[in-house]
Design a protein around this ligand. Structure first.
Ligand code: SF4
Ligand code: SF4
Ligand code: SF4
Length: 223
């Protein structure tokens, strides 16, 4: 997952810290901090005032090196994506590969339980009219439901693959779909603050409705 990641410096966070660009006598002793929001700036100021942190201006040469390292890593990310995604093939070939690999699923639910995007009160994969209960391996619908619900918002964290009891490359499949959707619709999960492509309603309103009613649908398109 890290190989395919292109979030090398998380500037959507308040502070982005790391060691790229820390050079000279500071190498190994200091941390490069990018201040990305007012909240981040206030936090840093507060820490300096409290005497727990010392800051200094970044070395211009270090800034240049940091930029170069970041660019090189982004290119590497593209390279790894190309290699992994090309191996999956296209269209029906890709579908067949995904169906073959997921056919050894034992329906342990670890992929759903560990996914930060799968937050539903009740999961559609547990509905008997969608996924026949007690069947192992489960019908492909089990996996299709996840692809349909979260392929636009997968952040490639890798948890669905890391925790899969059957070593199914779930994150690779989802990330490949997510990348295609991002190309089509321009939505970057984990960065864009507006609703993802597949969300039809206001998330906060939906969360409240789920909590108030105990409903198990992420969104209700029938009202
Ligand atoms: S890689 Fe994507 S689908 Fe898998 S657990 Fe992370 S966010 Fe969920
Ligand atoms: S209903 Fe869909 S999005 Fe919700 S937990 Fe289940 S698979 Fe994940
Ligand atoms: S973690 Fe793996 S074995 Fe478990 S339900 Fe998900 S795909 Fe199937």
């Amino acid at each position: 997952n890290c190989r395919r990641c292109k979030m090398k410096i998380p500037r959507q966070a308040d502070l982005a810290c790391g060691n790229w660009g820390v050079i000279g006598d500071q190498a190994g002793k200091a941390t490069f901090v990018e201040v990305c929001s007012e909240k981040g700036a206030n936090l840093l100021d507060g820490a300096v005032k409290a005497g727990v942190l010392k800051t200094g201006a970044a070395n211009p040469k270090g800034v240049e090196i940091r930029g170069k390292v970041e660019n090189a890593m982004l290119k590497l990310g593209d390279k790894w994506r190309a290699r992994y995604f090309e191996d999956l093939g296209e269209g029906k070939d890709r579908l067949k590969k995904i169906m073959d690999e997921t056919s050894r699923c034992i329906k342990c639910y670890a992929c759903i339980e560990n996914c930060p995007i799968c937050y539903c009160v009740e999961c559609s994969t547990k509905k008997s009219y969608l996924v026949t209960p007690g069947q192992v391996p489960p019908p492909f619908m089990f996996h299709l439901i996840r692809y349909a619900h979260i392929s636009d918002s997968c952040i490639n964290c890798g948890q669905c693959e890391e925790n899969c009891a059957m070593d199914i490359p779930n994150a690779l499949f989802m990330h490949a779909l997510q990348t295609d959707l991002q190309e089509m619709f321009g939505y970057t999960p984990g960065v864009d603050m507006e609703l993802p492509v597949l969300a039809l309603v206001e998330e906060q309103t939906e969360r409240k409705r789920l909590a108030d009613t105990g409903s198990d649908q992420i969104f209700n398109i029938f009202e």
